[in-house]
Design a protein around this ligand. Structure first.
Ligand SMILES: [Zn+2]
Ligand SMILES: [Zn+2]
Length: 298
């Protein structure tokens, strides 16, 4: 089933694969596989698409869901995932770096179970995304949730959850930092990130102090916001605040979108004062200068 409306299962972005070719696109650190309830694409298939798109490192970050009402609750099998990952890693050795990743859903209602998971499996991964998909009242962030609420009603409690996620120190990066914009009505016209600048700055301070990154999630470019999550304004405020740790990912649920929008993202980051993109091994970040990534274009 398609648990996430507007996602890539339903939308095939024509031309996405070609975009990355020879353009120095390297790190796609947010890709789903059959270990996510809302994805039917096998790892092997996405690896082939990654190579065709010019991606050199891919992290399979399947959903680790702990909310009982979530369609993915109980779906993720870490041992099977890790076994499959290692087989695929072996298969593509020399062609593509394949990383052990996870997208762990975090919210205040699941702190204990997430802590247990991180304690048991956290060291097995190269890279872990922390993503908030649920509101404190237990509702999933979906278009319906906005029907009798203002943007502030959604964004402010959402950002509180994000701050809590950062403060745990359990995650290497925060997924789709301004996710509610994806589901807000008329996002492309009405959403103004400046409204949340003052709320974001203390979150950036915690990120910087704890060495937690946030990702540029390019799925927003393909979907209704038509900008990445987050977009340039937020990146600029983060860079101005002294932040430098950014990861990049497409949030692909379809092979066609692996690598999509990453070249554009490098340009955007550069313009916003970010000089490098982070890569990870065994939960440890290394910064690769964007100028180096660009040098691979020739
Ligand atoms: Zn997510
Ligand atoms: Zn995802």
């Amino acid at each position: 089933m398609n648990a996430y409306p507007d996602c890539d299962v339903a939308i095939v972005h024509a031309g996405a694969v070609g975009e990355g070719q020879g353009q120095g696109v390297v790190f796609d650190y947010h890709v789903h596989s059959t270990y996510s309830v809302d994805c039917v694409v096998r790892m092997e298939e996405s690896c082939r698409a990654a190579i065709a798109a010019g991606v050199t490192e891919i992290a399979f970050t399947d959903h680790v869901d702990h909310v009982p009402i979530d369609p993915g609750f109980g779906y993720y099998r870490p041992e099977e995932y890790l076994g499959e990952l290692d087989r695929v890693r072996e298969q593509f050795a020399g062609e593509l770096t394949v990383l052990r990743g996870a997208e762990i859903d975090y919210n205040q209602g699941t702190v204990e179970v997430v802590e247990r998971f991180v304690g048991e499996y956290g060291r097995e991964y190269d890279f872990v995304i922390g993503s908030v998909h649920y509101m404190p009242d237990g509702a999933m962030i979906f278009p319906d949730y906005f029907s009798d609420r203002t943007e502030d009603d959604v964004f402010l409690p959402y950002l509180d959850q994000v701050q809590m996620a950062v403060e745990t120190g359990w995650f290497d990066t925060i997924g789709h930092l301004d996710l509610p914009k994806r589901y807000a009505p008329k996002t492309h016209r009405d959403y103004d990130p400046a409204r949340y600048r003052e709320r974001l700055l203390p979150i950036f301070d915690v990120m910087i102090a704890r060495g937690v990154a946030f990702e540029i999630n390019t799925s927003g470019l393909r979907q209704s916001p038509k900008t990445s999550m987050p977009g340039p304004a937020i990146v600029r405020w983060y860079a101005d605040r002294g932040g430098a740790l950014i990861t990049t990912g497409t949030d692909s649920h379809a092979a066609q979108t692996v690598g999509a929008g990453l070249a554009k993202t490098l340009d955007m980051l550069d313009l916003c004062g970010i000089e490098a993109v982070a890569s990870f091994r065994n939960r440890t970040a290394t910064q690769t200068p964007i100028s180096t990534l660009r040098a691979r274009e020739s």
